[in-house]
Design a protein. Structure first.
Length: 169
């Protein structure tokens, strides 16, 4: 458990996108607020604040999680990945991000980081998803702009490219 500082804040430490980070959090500070306001990682968006919309989805210890439903102190000692950690290197998009770009799978972009995080995790475990499987998986995300058609096309395209890169085409 994080240590309590003199001003009743907790020192929170975890690995974020491959590097150790730390900061002070009030006991009831949400992980979304800690990521955005303490660590300056603004890619994780805050939508409904009830875990329904999926905009705040991050990867925690290899699994998708809604950062708006978790306190920052609960992340202490864990490994987190946000949308900022998807790109393999600065100036280069991941296969999934590039598929989203090519298929115009975003409009306002508000829900995009959460969808990207969820799909990145999903595609690691499902190399050959069907359109119906991708649509079912995306039912945990709300997007009011795209109608999901380009998002599904991008996910299927990324899955094909990932299979090809792995030699499973």
């Amino acid at each position: 458990m994080p240590r309590l500082t003199a001003d009743r804040h907790h020192r929170v430490r975890f690995t974020l996108n491959g590097r150790p980070v730390e900061g002070d959090a009030e006991p009831r500070m949400l992980l979304t607020d800690f990521l955005r306001h303490v660590l300056g990682q603004t890619g994780t968006h805050v939508g409904c604040e009830h875990g329904v919309c999926g905009a705040c989805t991050v990867e925690i210890d290899g699994a998708p999680a809604r950062a708006c439903l978790m306190l920052a102190v609960q992340a202490d000692g864990m490994t987190l990945r946000t949308v900022e950690g998807l790109a393999p290197e600065p100036g280069r998009l991941s296969v999934l991000q590039d598929a989203f770009r090519r298929h115009h799978a975003l409009q306002c972009g508000f829900c995009t980081p959460g969808i990207l995080m969820s799909l990145d995790i999903y595609l690691r475990g499902h190399a050959s998803p069907t359109e119906a499987e991708v649509r079912d998986f995306l039912s945990g995300h709300l997007c009011r702009c795209t109608g999901y058609v380009p998002v599904v096309a991008a996910a299927l395209d990324a899955a094909a490219k990932l299979r090809e890169a792995a030699g499973d085409a």
